[in-house]
Design a protein around this ligand. Structure first.
Ligand SMILES: Cc1ncc(COP(=O)(O)O)c(C=O)c1O
Length: 377
């Protein structure tokens, strides 16, 4: 029988930590405290320590982590925020939720992250912030982005939703702007650190900013029923916090396994006729996704499906061409690198619970499929 390799395998993921999750859930049920309690506080302390930030602030999801980070920097209506056109649409939806206008720029063809030169070209007198995305778990090239921010007095909010624990020149992502550092994490279940539901957090290096974010996520309350700021409801619940604390203990091991699988794929596909991602010299990637490129991407996906290998596309439509952002005036031809790339990228299965046999199966199937495509069989 053919060994199928699904794109994600939640049964294997939950199965591997089930005992610890059951214990964590029971602890919360017994406590009778369900929102913003001791589990959230402990998660915040443990996250900050594990991911190299002074503080962490837990919120309801990654989208609102981005929205609150921009709000705490007083980004709002009339402002422009420069970001990449290759990301989850939630990056730009978070910008719009503040009332600001997302300005999409092209990506670097080598890393598929925000192209710093393109970002520089998009800055206007209305620009207030830059939102680089550490896409697929690989850090964006941050030094030129931070220089650009300094030159124009812009806030920087790192979208680290796919990059828990990644490093840029040895420093943890999410905190790269130093004292002004703000990074958003998502705990969507497929993420490197995933909840069993929604969740998110901010990495913050300034205690005053962290306190303000804690106020903003809870309706802007200073005290019960006293709303000092126009906040939102972005509270994390105790069940998810307790489950995330289990995951956080496993995160270093999971990241090592992701890195080993990515190294294996990279080596085994080196001479195959397709582009494989390369870790840049400044980066320690956490390989949230392993994204290859092939000019006949849809045919490759179909060939892999026939061989029992699940794939996905992250992301098939550049943000400047998404109908949701049509009022911003994006048009085909505006951003040529991302437009070409969106037709070529394909994400292969890669998750910590994957067995060596499954990884070999993926590699053999990819090699076989690209050979078939190039000989036209
Ligand atoms: C790059 C990126 N930004 C933002 C988000 C939004 O996170 P969430 O789904 O937790 O709101 C995600 C995940 O969906 C993401 O991958």
């Amino acid at each position: 029988m053919r060994a199928e390799v699904p794109f994600v395998d939640f049964a294997a993921h939950v199965g591997a930590i089930r005992g610890e999750v059951d214990e964590a859930v029971a602890r919360v049920l017994d406590s009778g405290w369900f929102i913003l309690g001791p589990e959230v506080e402990a998660l915040e302390r443990e996250l900050a320590a594990a991911l190299g930030a002074r503080e962490a602030v837990a919120v309801a999801n990654g989208t609102e982590a981005l929205q609150l980070a921009l709000a705490v920097r007083e980004v709002g209506p009339g402002d422009e925020v420069v970001t990449t056109s290759l990301s989850a649409a939630f990056t730009a939806l978070a910008i719009q939720a503040t009332g600001a206008r997302p300005v999409f720029v092209d990506v670097d063809p080598g890393t598929l992250n925000l192209d710093p030169e393109a970002a520089a070209g998009a800055v206007t007198p209305r620009t207030r912030a830059l939102v680089p995305v550490h896409l697929y778990g690989h850090p964006a090239d941050m030094d030129p982005i931070l220089d650009l921010a300094r030159t124009h007095g812009l806030a920087v909010v790192e979208d680290a939703c796919q990059a828990h624990g990644a490093r840029y020149r040895g420093r943890p992502v999410g905190t790269l702007a130093g004292e002004a550092g703000l990074g958003a994490l998502s705990f969507y279940p497929t993420k490197n650190l995933g909840a069993l539901g929604d969740g998110g957090a901010l990495l913050v290096n300034d205690a005053g900013v962290a306190a303000r974010l804690r106020q903003l996520r809870n309706g802007g309350q200073t005290d019960r029923y006293r709303h000092g700021l126009p906040g939102i409801n972005s509270r994390l619940d105790e069940l998810q916090a307790a489950i995330l604390r289990v995951g956080l203990r496993h995160l270093p091991g999971w990241t090592e396994r992701r890195r080993a699988l990515a190294a294996f794929y990279g080596e085994a596909l080196r001479d195959a006729e397709l582009d494989v991602p390369r870790e840049q010299e400044y980066a320690r990637s956490v390989h949230h996704l392993f994204v290859v490129r092939h000019p006949r991407r849809d045919a490759l996906a179909a060939a892999l499906r026939e061989r029992g290998i699940g794939t996905l596309i992250h992301y098939p439509i550049p943000l400047h061409l998404q109908p949701a952002f049509a009022p911003l005036g994006g048009a085909p031809g505006d951003l040529p690198v991302v437009e070409k790339t969106a037709g070529e990228i394909l994400s292969l299965p890669l998750y910590p619970e994957m067995t060596d046999a499954q990884a070999e199966r993926v590699v053999d199937s990819v090699r076989d499929s690209v050979r078939t495509l190039s000989t036209g069989d």
